[in-house]
Write a protein that binds this ligand. Structure first.
Ligand SMILES: [Zn+2]
Length: 95
């Protein structure tokens, strides 16, 4: 079986097999995130997956799910501009 080499923030380099990983694929960009449980420390790791990583993971048979990440809705935009109109947003950035 294919081994996939990646790294854990705690343990450094780890080797996994495709069934250890889960890929979340964004429908709009074709990039995403992959998740795995580190075999050494048992912590869940989540990493960004570029196009290249996505195609490698898919080629090795990693399970994936497509996530609809349709960006911003009209109501989010209007809430955002209302928040800007309040004028106190810059203070919140520094508080
Ligand atoms: Zn680890």
């Amino acid at each position: 079986m294919t081994t996939i080499r990646t790294s854990c923030v705690v343990c450094g380099d780890v080797e996994l097999v495709p069934t250890d990983l889960d890929l979340e694929l964004f429908s709009s960009t074709g990039t995403g995130h992959y998740r795995f449980l580190c075999p050494h420390c048992d912590q869940e790791q989540r990493r960004p997956a570029t196009h290249r990583v996505v195609s490698i993971l898919l080629a090795t048979g990693v399970a994936y799910q497509v996530v609809d990440d349709t960006p911003i809705t009209e109501s989010e935009i209007s809430r955002f501009s209302q928040a800007l109109d309040r004028g106190d947003w810059s203070e919140q950035l520094y508080s």
